[in-house]
Design a protein around this ligand. Structure first.
Ligand SMILES: [Zn+2]
Ligand SMILES: [Zn+2]
Length: 282
């Protein structure tokens, strides 16, 4: 087994092959974890998933030994907003994402908390918590992951303490975790590329959300600098984080079983290069 296969590193994959065939796409890269959208990420509506799909999907997962599948929710779901009209649509949209994820039987559903616009951060955090309490059901299977933001504009989730505050008010806390996007963490000012910086970030995580709540990663390099609050992904090793910048995280045993999903700009055309880079430092 190669070092790469010992990790749960994967990438975001296209569903143009059909949801049920995404494990086949994953196998071409040696991924045992990956991410998909189950519907268009820029639209509210979606056709229901054909009832024949989940079984084929599960069979293919088994065949290609896929350990974890993450769904990325629509970008339209601004849970931090105070606009009541919008919140109604977000509630329905989020509910649909959970239903579709459970219908397929995936493990994780990641979303961006969104922006509080002209309200306050405190209000934004309350809005995210209240939305999650509206949509999360006690008996759902999929775990909802709150993704950290790059700190752009009035986004919620640029620090782990913001995210801890969201989780604090959640009724079914066991249904909620965190997806740590490395590009976003870097953009919002976490320098995890040195031993000291990495330790500082880890102790902040430990003191806020808790290490065990880090249930997924988005593994992206950044076109922009540390603390620039700009969300621009780059191929692994080609950006400002740089290849060595990932080595401490990738070698950290405590995250060995946590899926790490690349969302690099070239997508499936670039993953072979990304993998070749990652293999140099594993
Ligand atoms: Zn991400
Ligand atoms: Zn991003």
């Amino acid at each position: 087994m190669s070092k790469f296969e010992d990790h749960l590193i994967g990438g975001h994959l296209s569903t143009s092959v059909g949801l049920e065939n995404t494990p086949v796409s994953a196998s071409k890269f040696g991924f045992r974890a990956y991410q998909i959208f189950t519907k268009s990420q820029m639209q509210w509506k979606a056709k229901p998933i054909d009832p024949s799909i989940p079984e084929k999907f599960r069979e293919n997962r088994k065949k290609y030994d896929i350990r974890s599948v993450m769904v990325h929710a629509s970008y339209l779901l601004n849970t931090a907003s105070s606009d009541e009209e919008l919140r109604k649509k977000v509630r329905e949209g989020f509910h649909m994402e959970i239903e579709r994820s459970d219908f397929l039987g995936v493990e994780l559903l990641t979303f961006h908390p969104g922006s509080f616009k002209d309200a306050t951060l405190k209000k934004g955090i309350e809005n995210v918590t209240s939305m999650l309490n509206d949509v999360i059901k006690k008996d759902q299977n999929v775990e909802i992951l709150i993704e950290n933001s790059a700190g752009q504009g009035n986004s919620v989730g640029k620090t782990f303490s913001d995210i801890a505050e969201i989780i604090e008010g959640i009724q079914y806390k066991d249904k909620v975790g965190v997806c740590l996007d490395t590009c976003h963490a870097w953009a919002s000012g976490y320098d995890f590329t040195s031993d000291e910086g990495y330790d500082r970030m880890i102790s902040e995580i430990r003191d806020t959300v808790g290490i065990e709540k880090i249930r997924g990663f988005h593994l992206n390099d950044s076109k922009k600098g540390l603390g620039e609050h700009t969300d621009r992904h780059e191929q692994i090793g080609k950006g400002k984080i740089g290849l060595q910048g990932f080595s401490i995280l990738l070698r950290d045993e405590k995250f060995r079983k946590v899926p790490m999903i690349m969302e690099t700009p070239k997508g499936e055309d670039g993953y072979m290069e990304d993998i070749a880079e990652i293999e140099k430092i594993l």
